[in-house]
Every structure is written in structure tokens, then in C-alpha cells.
Write a protein that binds this ligand. Structure first.
Ligand SMILES: NC(=O)c1ccc[n+]([C@@H]2O[C@H](COP(=O)([O-])OP(=O)(O)OC[C@H]3O[C@@H](n4cnc5c(N)ncnc54)[C@H](OP(=O)(O)O)[C@@H]3O)[C@@H](O)[C@H]2O)c1
Length: 290
């Protein structure tokens, strides 16, 4: 009988994955932090030994990019070592394992886009720790695993979006007169809900290898904010600013766009589209409330 362990089930992506996995009638296990803590190898090992999963969707991570930069030991423990611990156990139980990585593994070369053939070289410790996590997975269960690299993820909706889109929507709702947003950092976005559909589909098919999953079209934060303002009929202004006005601990690359040369070319619900379409689809979660 199928037993699917999902880590990070309370996160932005994890909530959607659990929703679709349950809709598909899959037998999922979503341990709480006191049962499964990615900073505690022996706790994770004993949970997996007890469960003996047939598949593992490893979504939990330290996603705070600036914290990772200030504390590389923490980044290594949460994103690299934890993944290695889980991957060793996946191999022991012959479980298929999925790891979600990030476009942040790229950026140092200064190219606008990176595909699956490009060799990662990150500019910060978050990206490096995620890349070491990928490699741990490949080392321990390379023949029975999948890596999906996502771009800037959008999702969570009214209640759970505490990231960029959620903050801009909040500013619109608060009626601020001027929203300032950065123009000099470019990336590609990932609609978390659609990615979750792709994850569940890939789990069912036991897809193997490394895939980039993002909407098409390179975009900066200012363009995203301007699009949100238009959709929500914002009456104020959206002003372009440069990133130097918001000093952060971790360097961000000027460009971290990713594109795929391997994603299946089929027309389906999970297929990413042009960034504006995928963003507008997500924003319905906010306008539906009104
Ligand atoms: N967000 C993005 O823009 C983005 C982009 C590309 C790739 N990714 C990757 O996609 C995956 C999901 O990201 P997300 O944005 O959905 O993450 P998120 O919203 O920040 O959630 C992180 C998840 O990890 C769990 N977690 C954190 N520390 C833990 C610990 N010590 N033990 C057990 N669980 C712990 C959290 O649990 P609690 O709720 O208990 O804190 C939460 O469920 C991550 O691997 C991330 O690196 C994210």
C-alpha cells in the first residue's frame, strides 16, 4: 500500500500539494514539527523507520534567504544535511523522493535565463545550500528521484500569503498612496498551485530527473506590483526604485530566470503559462473574496 510522507505540509507550496494529494485519494502522512524536525536527524530517521514510506515529497526548508546568509551553518543543516538524511532513508526503503529546489542556485554568471543543462553557481548561501541538497538527493537516490527547481513562488492566498504578492495586495488594501518596488532584479515566477498539480502528477507517474518549472517571461518586482495594482484597480501610484534602497543581508543576482528544455510538452492544467496569465490566475484568490 502506498504511504507518502510530505514534509513542509504547512508551507505555501505544501498546503496546495496536500490538498491535491487528498483530492487524488492518496495516502499521505504530514508530521508535525515535534515528530519530524529537519534540524534533528535522529528524529527524522526514527519517523521514517516507523513509517517506511513508498514516496517522500520533501518540501520543508529554511526559506529565509537573509537568515541563511547570516548563518551558513543553519542553512547547511536545514537545506543540505536534512535532505541528505532523508535521501539516505529513501534509498533504504526504495522510496521515490522529490526535492523542491530554486532558481536561486543560479545567478553568478549574469545570464538572463538558465535551463537544466546549465551548471548552478549561486551568489548566496541559500542557493548554495539548496544545490548541495539537490546533490545529496542525486548521490543517495539518483535513480529514484526528481528535483524541481521553482522560480519566485506566488501562492498562499488571502490567509497565508506573507510573501511579495501578499505584501503588495496588503498595501493596496491599506490604501497607501505610493507603492515602491524594485526594477533591477529579474526572475521568473512560479504559481504554487499549478506547481502542486504538477508535483502530484509527477508522483503518480514516478517521474525522474531535474526539471525547471516557471511561467515564461522574465519579470522584475516593479512589473509584478504594477500588474497587481491594475488587477485590483489601485488608485495610487507604483514607483520604480533600485534594490540599493532596500539593503538586505544576502546578495541577490541581477538575473535568475529559469526556463525548461525538459518539461513535458502537453497541454494540461499544470502547464505554466506567460507570467502575466499565471499571476492573474493567482490574484483571483484575492478578488473572489470581494
Ligand atoms: N517561496 C519561494 O519563493 C520558493 C522558490 C523556489 C523554491 N522554493 C522551495 O520550495 C519549498 C517550499 O517552499 P515554501 O515557500 O512553500 O516554504 P515556506 O512557506 O517557507 O514553508 C516552509 C515549510 O518548511 C517547514 N519547516 C521549516 N523549518 C522546519 C523544521 N525545522 N522542521 C520541519 N519543518 C520545517 C515549515 O513548517 P512550519 O509551518 O512549522 O514553520 C513549512 O511547512 C522549499 O524547499 C523552498 O526552498 C521556494
Amino acid at each position: 500500500m502506498e504511504k507518502i510522507l510530505i514534509t513542509g505540509s504547512t508551507g505555501m507550496l505544501g498546503r496546495y500539494v496536500c490538498q491535491f494529494a487528498m483530492e487524488a485519494g492518496l495516502n499521505i502522512f504530514t508530521p508535525k514539527r515535534d515528530q519530524f524536525d529537519i534540524s534533528n536527524s535522529s528524529l527524522m530517521e526514527s519517523y521514517i523507520d516507523n513509517l517506511q514510506p513508498t514516496a517522500i515529497l520533501h518540501l520543508a526548508a529554511e526559506t529565509n534567504v537573509d537568515l541563511c546568509e547570516r548563518d551558513p551553518r543553519h542553512a547547511g543543516l536545514y537545506n543540505h544535511i536534512a535532505t541528505e538524511t532523508i535521501a539516505r532513508k529513501a534509498r533504504q526503503y526504495n522510496a521515490w523522493m522529490l526535492y523542491i529546489s530554486t532558481s536561486n542556485v543560479f545567478g553568478a554568471e549574469g545570464k538572463p535565463y538558465y535551463n537544466e543543462l546549465d551548471i548552478p553557481h549561486s551568489v548566496n548561501y541559500y542557493g548554495r545550500s539548496k544545490f548541495h541538497g539537490e546533490n545529496a538527493l542525486r548521490t543517495w537516490c539518483g535513480r529514484n528521484s526528481m528535483v524541481i527547481r521553482a522560480g519566485w513562488m506566488i501562492g498562499g492566498g488571502v490567509q497565508h500569503d506573507h510573501k511579495f504578492v501578499g505584501k503588495i495586495v496588503q498595501q493596496v488594501r491599506d490604501g497607501v498612496s505610493d507603492i515602491r518596488s524594485v526594477t533591477d532584479k529579474y526572475g521568473t515566477i512560479t504559481n504554487a498551485l499549478k506547481l502542486a498539480r504538477f508535483i502530484v502528477r509527477s508522483l503518480e507517474e514516478r517521474r525522474l530527473g531535474t526539471y525547471h518549472y516557471t511561467s515564461s517571461g522574465l519579470v522584475n518586482r516593479f512589473e509584478i506590483a504594477r500588474e497587481i495594482a491594475e488587477v485590483l484597480s489601485f488608485k495610487g501610484t507604483v514607483s520604480p526604485v533600485v534594490s540599493a534602497e532596500f539593503p538586505l543581508s544576502a546578495p541577490r543576482p541581477s538575473f535568475e530566470g529559469i526556463e525548461s528544455i525538459y518539461l513535458p510538452n502537453e497541454d494540461s492544467e499544470w502547464k505554466p503559462r506567460y507570467w502575466r496569465e499565471d499571476l492573474r490566475e493567482y490574484l483571483k484568490e484575492f478578488s473572489d473574496r470581494d
